[in-house]
Design a protein around this ligand. Sequence first.
Ligand code: GLP
Length: 263
Amino acid sequence: MNANEIKAYSNGKKNGVKVFVAGSYEALSKKAASIVAGAISKQPEFVLGLATGTSPLGLYSELANLNHEGRVDFAGVTTYNLDEYYPIDPANDQSYRYFMNKNLFNNVNIDMDKTHVLYGQAPDWKEECAKYDAEIEALGGIDLQVLGIGNNGHIGFNEPGNDFIWETHRVELTESTIEANSRLFNSADEVPRAALSMGIGNIMCAKQVVLVANGPKKAEAIKAALEGQITPWCQASILQLHPDVTFILDEDAASALEEYKAI
Ligand code: GLP
């Protein structure tokens, strides 16, 4: 594929997950940004669900470019992030609040008071989670949720396990996630052992979902999510049941797919 190319993939079934494969990370990010910006432009009072991680960094910088070019306006946008480490000081440069300010919120014309990240120092995490869910519900739910995916198929911090947990909750991180996320800390010992995360219900109730993934480490998780059984052992697999999901991948992340083919 050439670097600017985007191919639509299909598994031949109707109403399936929409899959696009891009020839480069830049093309993937531009495609994702055009979907998100297009949705915001249709509905100025917009509730946008956001993800952290390295995968959406290109999307966020493209959104900032579009904002500077006057092609998308964040003035009426309210955001809710998927997750935050717990405990963590929001001023810590490893917190997801810090990440969002640096990589998106400081770079667009959003009202900071309309940006929401779970508070990593909440004295009572149950109260913090319940308040988050109530606020989202009061706004009529999330219009579009951006997702990345963990190497183990997690979305937000919904880790593989016996259940799909529906509402915002506290999570004990798995060793594999601590290990994967330690690349952003000085050492694995510094990675918080827990997090607060939106649940699968928050994500499934979003009207639209856009998942971005790149690199070979994501190939197995993407295959399990799109072509595997729907199981809490791959939390992203539940997205097969969502009516409006788009996966935007690079060729490496798409490389294990067998049922989905370029059309
Ligand atoms: C973290 C986040 C997820 C993110 C995942 C993948 O654990 N909680 O929301 O999708 O990592 O991160 P990356 O995009 O850096 O691979």
